[in-house]
Write a protein of this length. Structure first.
Length: 78
């Protein structure tokens, strides 16, 4: 884009900057959400809750499936 294009888009610069920041925040949140180490920590905590009687077997199975789905999605090549 040439100088004229940049000048015409200058009023939109704050909006473009905000959009860039939002994309960065979303990308980091997704990275943390799908991080295998974080999912494994949550699985360990879930097992502790089951052993302590805080949740029943059905709740454990449901939440374990959700965590394993997250783990699988996080390890897929993009």
């Amino acid at each position: 884009m040439g100088l004229l294009g940049e000048l015409l888009l200058l009023p939109a610069a704050p909006l473009r900057g905000t959009a860039w920041v939002l994309r960065q925040v979303v990308a980091e949140a997704e990275r943390q959400y799908y991080d295998p180490a974080a999912v494994q920590r949550e699985l360990a905590r879930l097992a502790e809750q089951l052993e302590a009687g805080e949740i029943d077997e059905a709740e454990f199975d449901r939440r374990e499936d959700e965590l394993l789905d997250r783990l699988e999605k996080g390890t897929r090549p993009t």
